[in-house]
Write a protein that binds this ligand. Structure first.
Ligand code: PLP
Length: 401
């Protein structure tokens, strides 16, 4: 007769199979049981045919990976603890000493910091290219180039590059292309097939995505994904992922699974409100430039139009303004402080609108020629009523008269 405490741990009750509900459930594990030693010895952790250890996959993480593949048009996916970890994993899996990576000058800042810090220390060089000038990318390619990053729209400045031209330049030289797909989220354009209506397939090799933003949608989860269509490339990433011990918590995976069914509706709502606000800001004299790819005079608008035809032709929920140089930093800060609904905070993609003033000069190799001079402020538009957000901007703008 076993003691109650043992029965408690090795309880014989097994709930009946066949439970079906809207959400796939939360499976939490480090340990995963094997039925026999033989099964343990023949474990297969490289694909989704079985389970070996919680770090390498559970029903919850497998389900999330598969749904993300459906969203972005990939075939394989790994989950990592943040969007930045997704960016870092790509480099860790694919680059070695002596290699070079080319990064757009408007890439997500910490991608550049990783290249300047860890990659440089490990003997992996980098160059920043002008994303709005494909020839600049072509000129910088060399026999050491192993990876080209692309980002659309660009971080903070939201200019939209000629993605297909950039991808073609790298592919012509047999160099892998990785996209930071956080802005597009699989909804604005198809990263693995940028020209779906044409016969030729032009697409990136890897899509890294900060699930922290639109897939999570709550501003309360950190997670990233790295997606591919090529099994051999996926295996390189998967092996690095395993050797680095990267994994995500089951509750976080479940939070993203819960939010995914509404991502298209939320993305559309962010997008519509953002267009209204960006358009309105365009008529405000304090702003010398408004950056939002769907605005006809925003840098790269024609490229955005050519590629973002999926669904309703999405443009996400971000826009930036450049504030006239006649206003000093203190006035710009006071404007941001005066906003009530737009909270001061990093990240985006959640229900609450956010604002961040940036020191753009320190973030770019040179001041981009397509940008007016001034102080840049970026807005992430949440899900509040757009008229309330516009009123909030209008009241804070009283300080810039
Ligand atoms: C374009 C882009 N990529 C990646 C990331 C990194 O995501 P995370 O905050 O999950 O590390 C961010 C975060 O702001 C981002 O804006």
């Amino acid at each position: 007769m076993t003691q109650p405490i043992t029965t408690l741990i090795h309880h014989p009750y097994v709930a009946p199979a066949g439970f079906e509900a809207p959400q796939p459930g939360v499976f939490k594990a480090s340990t995963v049981f094997f039925p026999t030693v033989a099964a343990m010895r023949s474990r297969e952790w490289k694909d989704k045919s079985a389970y070996t250890y919680g770090l390498h996959g559970t029903p919850t993480t497998y389900a999330l990976e598969e749904r993300l593949c459906a969203l972005e048009g990939g075939l394989q996916c790994v989950l990592v603890p943040s969007g930045l970890a997704a960016v870092a994993l790509v480099a860790l899996a694919l680059l070695k000493q002596g290699d070079e990576v080319l990064i757009p000058d408007n890439a997500y800042g910490p991608n550049k910091a990783f290249a300047e810090g860890e990659l440089k220390g490990w003997g992996i060089t980098h160059q920043y290219y002008d994303p709005m000038n494909p020839q600049d990318l072509a000129d910088r390619m060399s026999s050491r180039t192993r990876l080209v990053w692309v980002e659309a729209a660009g971080s903070v400045t939201l200019e939209f590059p000629d993605l297909t031209a950039l991808v073609r330049i790298a592919k012509d030289k047999g160099v892998l292309v990785a996209l930071d797909n956080t802005w597009g989220a699989g909804l604005a354009f198809a990263p693995f097939d940028l020209m779906p209506e044409e016969d030729v397939t032009v697409g990136v090799d890897i899509s890294a995505h900060a699930l922290t933003k639109y897939p999570s949608g709550g501003g309360d989860v950190l997670m990233g994904s790295v997606m591919t269509r090529d099994p051999a490339l996926h295996l390189r990433i998967k092996l690095a992922h395993m050797r680095l011990g990267l994994g995500v918590g089951a509750n976080d995976a479940e939070a993203v699974l819960r939010a995914l069914p509404s991502i298209a509706l939320r993305y559309c709502a962010h997008d519509e409100a953002t267009r209204v606000l960006a358009q309105w800001c365009n008529s405000q004299p304090a702003f010398v430039q408004v950056l939002h790819p769907a605005l006809a005079d925003s840098p790269g608008h024609a490229h955005w139009k050519a590629v973002c035809k999926n669904g309703h032709g999405g443009a996400a929920g971000l826009f930036s303004v450049i504030i006239d140089t006649c206003y000093g930093q203190e006035q710009v800060d006071a404007f941001c402080d005066a906003l009530k609904l737009f909270k001061l905070g990093y990240s985006w993609g959640g229900p609450i609108s956010l604002v961040v003033p940036y020191d753009l000069a320190s973030m770019r190799t040179t001041w981009p020629t397509h940008l007016e001079r001034g102080t840049l402020v970026r807005f992430s538009v949440g899900l509040e009523a757009v008229e309330d957000l516009q009123a909030d901007l209008a009241q804070a703008l009283q300080l810039l008269r």
